[in-house]
Design a protein around this ligand. Structure first.
Ligand code: NAD
Ligand code: FE2
Length: 385
């Protein structure tokens, strides 16, 4: 555990059912009145964007909308958003949606004041030159991007998803309103919840964990374990949705400052090369990577098992770790997580070698309790495929 931890978080955080209706008030508090909303067409179709713009209109704020965000947003999405930003007179950017619109909003904001291409700013570089204030309103409750200092963009020149990080990726305000999430279909519900769970577990076992981040991680894990199956089968269940949204933000706060680890390192290449949803590729990896890692931090993983109610205080750490791996496998079965093979992706050793080098280059595996070699990462890809 580190002695010193360095926390970055938004200035304003509001949490609760219906709180998005306070967006106009938050903008006024910040002296802002000319927002560009960055979102995707699906959220317009569902009607969530209208809910937001209606509430802004009630505060006499007329927003413009950029709806060109795609899932796993690309550098060209960012370029298109920059064009929309430069075509108008805006004083802030509202990222409205899942991680994809929120991350695009972040990248539009900082690329408006940083020269060159977004890939020039890949982590570990820190982007501290901030653009227009960023207001984030999550609608998936998975990534926690609203509270993180991270942004993930997919390159269109070569298949790679990279992390961007720094003060310029931290929102000025986050409004966390679970009521949007009741429209999530079952698959997105499961995938985004497992993304949050992975953030919490990885932050807790990370070499960069700290008591400050542990508190968020330990709170998030049981909320997700207790509620994900209910939300998966009963989308309108308010208490389950509310618990999962809170957990997503807490897990975001935990991993933003303690980092993710091997699951995320290996997950991004699956997303970049096979276009598997981020949370789904995390879910595919979580049991195998946990089994690979438990011996290097048995007390930590045993505590994960206990807070998720998969083990008791009477279980030894070794028994609790085994129960954790079994419980994560059972969760995947209950949430109907397919294997990459089942999705039609064939095993490919050359591709696995490239993915292993991309995973290691991201820096995330180095925070894992057990740091793998490239060969061990390839073996893990074989195992889960
Ligand atoms: N910045 C970070 O800290 C961070 C952390 C983890 C992941 N990410 C990134 O975030 C992206 C994934 O974000 P995501 O998982 O939130 O999904 P997403 O934003 O890609 O959205 C997935 C789909 O869900 C739909 N959707 C969103 N809200 C909905 C709702 N309320 N009802 C119905 N449908 C809804 C969207 O329209 C879209 O079709 C990836 O690029 C991932 O790498 C970022
Ligand atoms: Fe994630």
């Amino acid at each position: 555990m580190q002695d010193i931890t360095r926390i970055q978080s938004p200035r304003i955080i509001r949490i609760g059912g219906g709180v998005a209706s306070e967006t106009g008030e938050v903008l006024q508090q910040l002296g802002l009145s000319k927002p560009l909303i960055v979102t995707d067409t699906n959220l317009i179709k569902i009607g969530h964007v209208k809910t937001l713009t209606d509430s802004l209109e009630a505060s006499n704020i007329h927003a413009h909308i950029f709806d060109g965000v795609i899932e796993d947003p690309t550098d060209t999405c960012v370029d298109d958003g920059l064009k929309a930003l430069n075509a108008g007179d805006f004083d802030c950017i509202i990222g409205f949606g899942g991680g994809s619109p929120m991350d695009t909003a972040k990248a539009i904001s900082f690329m408006a004041v940083n020269a060159g291409h977004v890939r020039d700013y890949k982590a570990p570089k820190q982007i501290d030159e901030c653009g227009l204030p960023i207001i984030l309103i999550p609608t998936t409750g998975g990534t926690g991007s609203e509270l993180t200092r991270w942004c993930v963009i997919t390159d269109t020149k070569q298949p790679e998803k990279y992390n961007l990080s720094g003060l310029a990726c931290v929102a000025t305000a986050a409004l966390i309103d679970w009521t949007f999430t009741t429209t999530k279909p079952a698959r997105i519900t499961a995938d985004t919840a497992v993304d949050s769970l992975t953030h919490a577990i990885e932050a807790y076992v990370s070499k960069r964990a700290h008591p400050y981040t542990d508190a968020f991680a330990l709170s998030a894990m049981p909320l997700i374990a207790d509620n994900v199956r209910t939300a998966y089968t009963d989308p309108q269940n308010g208490p389950a949705r509310e618990a999962l949204m809170l957990a997503a933000s807490q897990a975001g706060m935990a991993f933003s400052n303690a980092s993710v680890a091997l699951v995320h390192g290996m997950s991004r290449p699956i997303g970049a090369h096979f276009h598997v949803a981020h949370g789904l590729s995390n879910a595919m990896l979580l049991p195998a990577v946990t089994a690979f890692s438990v011996d290097a931090a048995p007390a930590r993983y045993a505590q994960v098992a206990r807070v998720m109610k998969l083990a008791t205080d009477n279980d030894t750490d070794v028994v609790a770790c085994a129960k954790l791996v079994a419980g994560l496998k059972q969760m995947n079965a209950d949430l109907e997580v397919p294997s990459p093979t089942k999705l039609g992706h064939a095993k490919d050793d050359k591709m696995f070698a490239l993915m292993a080098s991309q995973a290691l280059a991201s820096g995330s595996p180095q925070n894992n309790p057990r740091v793998p070699t490239a060969e061990q990462i390839v073996e893990l890809y074989h195992e889960l495929w």
